[in-house]
Each structure stands twice: as C-alpha cells, then as structure tokens.
Design a protein around this ligand. Sequence first.
Ligand code: ATP
Ligand code: MG
Length: 402
Amino acid sequence: MELYLPLCVMEALSRLEQAGWQAYAVGGCVRDMLLGHTPNDWDIATNALPAQTQAVFKGEKIVLTGLRHGTVTVLLQGQPLEITTYRVDGPYSDGRRPNYVRFTACIEEDLARRDFTVNAMAFSPRHGLRDPFGGREDLKGKKLRAVGRPELRFQEDALRVLRGIRFSACLGFSIEAQTAAAMERCAPLLGCISQERIEAEMMKLCCGRHTSQALEQYGGLLYSLPVWQGMSPRGWYSSILSRLEPAPALRLAALLWEGFGSKGEQVLHGLRCSKRLKEEAAKLLAFMGTPLPASRYEAKKAMAPLGQTLGGLALQWCAAAAPGGEEALLLCRQVLAENVCLCRSQLAVSGRELTAAGFPTGKAMGQLLDYLLEAVLREEVPNTPEALLSLAKSCRKNSLST
Ligand code: ATP
Ligand code: MG
C-alpha cells in the first residue's frame, strides 16, 4: 500500500533511519491519510531517546516543551513535527495521567497504549503499515473500538470517553458495543479530568460533521463534565449543530444557546478557551438572545457589533434555528451584502476631520459622532463627507441658538 507523506515527514523519517533508528508516522495522521483526509498534525514515533532525536536534528529549530513525555518538536520546512520516543504508560492511579512513562524499544508496545484501534497504527515507507489491533478493518467498518480491555482503558484515562464521542462526531463512526458499554460505565470518571483537556476535546466535538448525531446518541454520557453538566437535554439533543458551518465560535455559541439559553454567556465565561473565541461566541450569543430584526434599521443595529464575518455566521444560525426568521434573514443579508455603514469607524468623516473643522473634542465629539451615525443608520442622510459635515454644522447652529 502506498501512502503519501509530506516531504518534511519523509525527511524526518529518513534522517532518523540514516542515524540507525526506527521511525514511523503514527496515530491520528495515519488514520486520516487512510481515510483520504488531510491530517491536522503529524506525529512521529521512534526508538531513539529524546537526546538522540535532538542529536539527529542538530541545527534545526527544536522545541522541548513535551520532553517529560518523551516528545521533541522539530521544525522542518516550517512544519512542526512531534517526535516521541516509543513509550509505555505506567499504572494510572488518578484516572487522568500515568504515574510515570517508560520508554520501550518496541513499536507494538507504543501502539498498545493508544486509545482506539483506528488511532493505533503506524506507517513508514520502508516498513509499510503496522496495524496490530485491526485498525484498518475498523476504519473500513467505520467503528471505534478501544485497544485492549475497554473498561480498563477508560478507567486509566477517562478523557478517552469524551474522545470516543469526539471521533464519532468528526468521523461519523459508530462505537463498537463493548467499547460503548465501557464508556457508559466509566462516564462518571470524566468529573476528574482537567477543564483544559475537556474543553479542547469539546471544541473538536462541537465542530464535527456528525456532531448532532453523536450528541444525540452519546451526549447523555457527558452529564458529569464540569461546566457542561448543567446543560439541558435540548442542548444534547439539538439537531441544529450539524447544519451550521463548523466555525468554532458559531458551533460553540449555538450549543450554549440550545443548552443554556440566556445563561449561555455566563457558562461561556467559565470555559477555558481562547479569549478571541470567547469574544466571538459572546457576540453571537448576544445576537441569538435579542429579538430578530424587523426592519432595515434594526438589521443594521444587529449586524453592527458582528461585522461581515461574524454577521455571516449569525445568519446561518438564523436560517437553521430561528423560527420565522426568513424576513430577518433577508434584511440582514441585504445589509451585509451592501456593505453599508454600521458603526462610527465606517462614517465618511472621522473625529479628527471634525476636530480640524472646528468641532470640540472629548465627550461632545463622541455625542456628535453618535448623532451622525444614527442619522446614517436611519438613512436620513447619505454617508458622504459633505453631507455629514453639513449635518454636523446645522446641528451646531441649532445647539448654539437654543
Ligand atoms: P486530531 O486529528 O484531532 O489531531 P488525533 O487522533 O491525532 O486527533 P491527538 O490528540 O493529536 O489526536 O493524539 C495523537 C495520537 O495520540 C492519537 O491518535 C492516539 O493514538 C494517541 N492519544 C492521544 N490522546 C490519547 C489518550 N488520551 N489516550 C490514549 N492515546 C491517546
Ligand atoms: Mg493529531
């Protein structure tokens, strides 16, 4: 079988091999290649110890943040590659992290510590596919099956329960019966997983092509997740998510809105995700929480805080989820398509220009700009420098004469 690795991965594998080590592309990237998908990231496994890997890539940019787990990140042709020494996880006593990791010289042992059979394959052009647990067969059958004894594997690390649902959401795979039963029994252990790890998987779960289906089938297992446990069944059983573009802010906002309604924003603030994602999701939630615009003016007011990109996402939600939203959708779509002035910074005159024309600065300037914006939004005046300046002057005349 021929799988085509990117040049930087080929180079990393051959440099390790030339130095006398074994090296494979491993895990999610092999799964994705076999599915014909483009992998998110490239992981390499090797029997070289981290210091030996560093020696092989001497002169290249190397990041050592994962060293505790045996990972050396090498930047080759601008692409970060995580190169991890074959390892076996020691016993788990807290349902989260192994007490220690031990390096091994055997790729099969490394594959055995991985969560699902489809994630437990390794590939190199020289040795072909290493697939000791039937991952390829399960890919064909679209099945997620735990490697080894399912119950034990979920007890070791309960995050795997959530990862199972995430892969089902992203790949549309079903979960093999014994694996699913073990996931159900181990779901309460999700309560002891750190919020960061949960949120990273939750975001991927949210953005799958089959998210609604997966949540409907397995969402019930997530009742012991911190933060998410307060979600109403409406959230888990919502069919809306899969109908929205997989933009993280949009999917997250929609899930929070379905599951928490007006409390969604409060829940959002408790999540451990990036500031930018929070800001964007908060704007979308605010849109979801206000009555749909019923006039062109209201459509502009609704789109103003969102702008073109988030506005476009909000409209997808409108189309999928807002009953009777056709009229609002039309109005908002038109406003975005015309690219009309929605906020102060889009006015045809700036504060600086008004100051140069003799208008006072400070609070009075803010009020003047708001006044001009309101007139433009209501289409009482065209958004041109001349028209705005003359409106500003007449406004000053009026205020002087009163
Ligand atoms: P993605 O496409 O989102 O990157 P992935 O399967 O590559 O998905 P990663 O988190 O990048 O997931 O992990 C890489 C590989 O490491 C997995 O394919 C799996 O083999 C292994 N792995 C990751 N997390 C776990 C875990 N909690 N338990 C066991 N194996 C894991
Ligand atoms: Mg990966």
